[in-house]
Every structure is written in C-alpha cells, then in structure tokens.
Unconditional design. Structure first.
Length: 67
C-alpha cells in the first residue's frame, strides 16, 4: 500500500482530505483533546507566557554567507 504524499498545510485547509488514512491522526486527536480539556483562560495564559519568553530572548543574528 502506497502512502499518499500530501502537503497538509496547503491542501487540508478546509479539513483533512485523507480521512482515516491521514498520517497525522495522533496529532489531530492530541489537539482535539487539548482544546476540549483546556479552558480558554488557560490557553491565553500559555500564549502570554510564550510571548513573554520570546520577548525576553536575546536577538538571533543571521549572517549571510556571501559577505
């Protein structure tokens, strides 16, 4: 059985196109469980903590190789 190559980020925008054959089923179930089991206030606190962590990190410099 050949596994179908699908770019989920582009092709599954309106829902999974592979259905039960989706290779990302466990991630979809984990995301659904997180959404069902976490209150919106808790999600906002998680997002705020991530935002503050990002703001306090030192800048990351990218030096081009063709200088």
């Amino acid at each position: 059985m050949e596994v179908q190559k699908v770019n989920c980020q582009e092709q599954c925008v309106n829902g999974c196109i592979l259905g039960d054959k989706c290779p990302n089923i466990e991630f979809r179930e984990a995301a659904s469980n997180f959404i069902e089991g976490t209150s919106l206030d808790d999600m906002l606190q998680i997002a705020e903590a991530a935002r503050m962590k990002k703001l306090t990190e030192p800048p990351k410099w990218v030096i081009p190789e063709d200088i």
